[in-house]
Design a binder for this molecule. Structure first.
Ligand SMILES: [Zn+2]
Length: 198
């Protein structure tokens, strides 16, 4: 006997999460059957808010709520320091270690020719425009310590060779193959403090 259509639909939706296969999705779906009506309504509301309240800053790419960017619109941030990350989520990891008071730039992708992530995806024109208009003195590449992160860092470095900016990278202490996502606070903090010219 197969599951009722509504349950099949829920399982299919849950399988869209990274790392969630058929078995996990089934478990989640059956768990939800035991939720109260309020739990379900709150869950639906929080999913709706993802689209209605959250957005990415059109300037730096940070995830923002209610349209105002806590980095671009904060006069206390040092605009001579620009930290380049691959995803908006990385900003939260870096903010947690509280070592950085500059501004951010989210690339939104890393170079990965095998996955058809090519140079144009990085939109370096926008990065260069920001470096010029903000008067950036140091570009900190806070990219994953992976092949894709390395390729992207090298590409950015060569694209910025004609600019009078220091380029540094926080690779020190980061285990090879690690994504910023999975690095603990202490390691990230050491990697940031110990960043070196790149
Ligand atoms: Zn912003």
């Amino acid at each position: 006997m197969t599951y009722p259509p509504s349950l099949i639909q829920l399982i299919a939706a849950l399988k869209k999460f990274p790392g969630v296969g058929k078995k996990s999705a089934e478990r989640f779906a059956f768990k939800m059957l035991s939720w109260s009506e309020k739990d379900i309504k709150d869950f639906i509301k929080s999913i709706e808010n993802v689209k209605s309240k959250l957005d990415f800053c059109s300037n730096c790419g940070a995830l923002v709520e209610t349209g105002s960017c806590p980095f671009c619109e904060n006069m206390k941030r040092d605009t001579s320091l620009l930290c380049v990350v691959s995803s908006a989520k990385d900003i939260f990891s870096l903010e947690e270690v509280r070592l950085f008071n500059g501004v951010y730039h989210v690339l939104g992708a890393l170079l990965s020719p095998l996955d058809h992530q090519f140079e144009e995806k990085l939109q370096l024109d926008h990065l260069i425009h920001r470096i010029k208009s903000l008067g950036v003195k140091e570009v900190i590449l806070a990219l994953d310590s992976t092949l894709e992160g390395d390729a992207t860092a090298l590409f950015i470095k060569s694209s910025l060779r004609d600019f009078d900016v220091r380029i540094s990278r926080l690779a020190l202490g980061l285990p090879l193959g690690s994504t910023l996502d999975f690095v603990d606070e202490g390691t990230l903090s050491r990697a940031f403090s110990g960043r070196s010219s790149f």
